[in-house]
Write a protein that binds this ligand. Structure first.
Ligand SMILES: Nc1ncnc2c1ncn2[C@@H]1O[C@H](COP(=O)(O)OP(=O)(O)OP(=O)(O)O)[C@@H](O)[C@H]1O
Ligand SMILES: [Mg+2]
Length: 519
């Protein structure tokens, strides 16, 4: 002991009590802030905590409105009048604007003595001190200001430091919430873009056909799209059933809602059930969590059940119930789910025969067959082949990224085949032809390389050379092309067949815009 006596000063105990207090308040504030990203209500709660702690009253948080560049009062404690919420400060305006512009805290001992004080809100006790602190996010400009009034002028600097800590916590929440907002906005924009693209892709423009049978299909699609009726699309494989299902959904008032597809033939019965109706956790081995089925995913939208003719009798009964009542249970679940889903089904089977044979439930058949749409086979609309071929070649051009041209000789050959695989087979043939064509010209030789020629000879279409050039059903263009083919594309020979001069046929080739294969 060298005579120095240390005495616990009262101010030190005070200080430790103060710090403890502050810590407690900060803890509460951080808890509120971490609970949700709904800024307005959480900030309101933060101000309430500050007020209830007895250390900072009439708190207010103003946040920068990035669109207008103004400060918007976002939360206010003690608000007698809710309209105060809409008070705005411009940059540099009033004390709040000043704090924002300078990005510095401001401490005033008695607010009445501060000439820049606007008292817009009219909620302050003008005899009390005032503290205002910018809300910072890292190094950037402040995103807002928090202000409050301590009950007395003791330890004002300490109080300001404390409010700065609160402001930092708020800053983190604002940053997070803005990041989430930005992300949401970006996702929404992307979603809308994709929707527009998808819509354009599945509009009528992507379905080729001008023959009366196809026009009837388009008319039916237009009609049926308006209503919520179940649609059954029938037709051979590759006739465009899925394309039509798309067109119906994207031209209906459900277009912005989900479009969910499921191929019923792709799954065994038990999997199909949980796929369509979902399952509860533990419903079966492997059901480790609850899962929504396709019907729930499609709620408010459309479900496309492809190859509906393939489902088992047991499953037919379950499907019937959804179609009739819009109701089902998840696998392993007791709760009855109700959904608003429009059903489009497709099949290439002869359902009537299956009903007759007792393989397909009659009641389900009637339930599905409310609005049947029959897709014609390609051989029933041969006149669509030139347009289809042109459209599909364009599609391949985009895929392969190189120019391609299809010659009339090729098209005539395509028109003579009977296409059991319909448009899909045509598409595949053209794709193969495009690959085999070195210079990008698809003519009859290239088509022959795809193997179509062999099938033509065994098919029952008229063999080449039997075309009657005077057939009144042939139009001028077809007549000239037929003759050119017959003549092996030797123009002089074709002219003879048509009783024309070489000049006449050359003139027609030009005016009828016939692409002639170079030989
Ligand atoms: N009218 C059409 N216009 C343009 N492309 C078509 C047309 N019809 C079919 N296609 C194309 O042919 C292919 C087969 O069509 P889609 O898948 O819709 O047939 P599907 O009837 O569902 O066949 P499957 O019974 O084999 O499932 C697709 O690539 C599709 O884009
Ligand atoms: Mg299909």
């Amino acid at each position: 002991m060298n005579g120095v006596v240390t005495i616990e000063t009262p101010s030190k105990t005070d200080r430790s009590a103060l710090l403890e207090d502050e810590l407690e308040v900060l803890y509460k504030v951080s808890r509120v802030l971490s609970r949700s990203l709904k800024l307005q209500s959480t900030l309101q709660e933060v101000l309430k905590i500050l007020n209830d702690s007895g250390r900072l009253r009439t708190g207010m948080v103003s946040l920068l409105d990035t669109d207008s560049g103004e400060l918007l009062v976002t939360a206010l404690h003690d608000e007698g009048d809710a309209s105060l919420r809409n008070v705005r400060y411009r940059q540099g305006e009033g004390i709040v604007g000043l704090i924002m512009a300078r990005a510095e805290s401001l401490v005033v001992e008695r607010i009445a003595d501060e000439p820049r004080f606007l008292d817009r809100l009219g909620v302050y006790d003008t005899d009390l001190p005032f503290i205002g602190v910018p809300i910072n996010i890292g190094e950037e400009d402040p995103v807002g200001v928090i202000t409050a009034q301590p009950p007395n002028a003791d330890q004002l600097e300490e109080q300001a430091r404390f409010l700065e800590m609160v402001a930092n916590l708020i800053g983190q929440t604002v940053r997070l919430s803005r990041a989430v907002e930005d992300e949401k906005r970006a996702l929404k924009a992307e979603r809308d873009n994709l929707r527009r693209e998808v819509k354009a892709e599945h509009g009528f423009d992507s379905i080729v056909g001008h023959t009366p049978v196809m026009r009837r299909v388009f008319e039916q699609v237009r009609q049926v799209a308006k209503w919520n009726t179940t649609v059954l699309i029938r037709g051979e494989s590759g006739t465009g059933k899925e394309l039509i299902a798309n067109a119906i959904h994207y031209n209906s008032n459900r277009a912005n809602n989900p479009f969910v597809k499921l191929n019923c033939a792709a799954l065994p019965d038990n999997l199909l059930e949980s796929e369509l109706f979902g399952h509860e956790k533990g419903a079966f081995t492997g059901a480790v969590s609850q899962r929504k089925g396709r019907f729930e995913q499609a709620d408010t939208g459309t479900i496309f059940l492809d190859e509906i003719g393939e489902i088992s009798a047991a499953f037919q009964a379950k499907l019937l119930r959804v179609l009739q009542e819009g109701e089902f249970e998840r696998v392993g679940g007791l709760r009855t789910m109700k959904v608003d889903v429009r059903v489009i089904a497709a099949t290439n089977r002869d359902l009537e025969a299956e009903v007759e044979a007792g393989e397909f439930r009659e009641d389900l058949y009637y339930r599905l067959n409310v609005m049947p749409i029959n897709m014609p086979a390609l051989r029933e609309r041969v006149e669509d082949i030139p347009d289809l071929a042109g459209f599909l070649v364009e599609k391949i051009v985009r895929q392969q990224g190189r120019p391609l041209a299809i010659m009339d000789s090729a098209i005539r050959m395509l028109m003579r085949y009977d296409w059991p695989g319909n448009v899909r087979e045509l598409e595949n043939t053209l794709e193969r032809a495009a690959i085999m064509s070195e210079d990008g010209n698809i003519d009859r030789d290239v088509i022959a390389l795809t193997g179509l020629e062999d099938q033509l000879q065994t098919g029952d279409s008229p063999p080449p050379g039997k075309i009657d050039f005077n057939d009144p059903n042939l139009d001028e263009r077809e007549r000239v092309i037929a003759a050119l083919e017959e003549a092996g594309w030797v123009q002089a020979k074709a002219a003879r067949l048509l009783n024309m001069t070489p000049r006449q046929i050359a003139y027609r080739i030009q005016t009828l815009n016939i692409k002639v294969r170079q030989i």
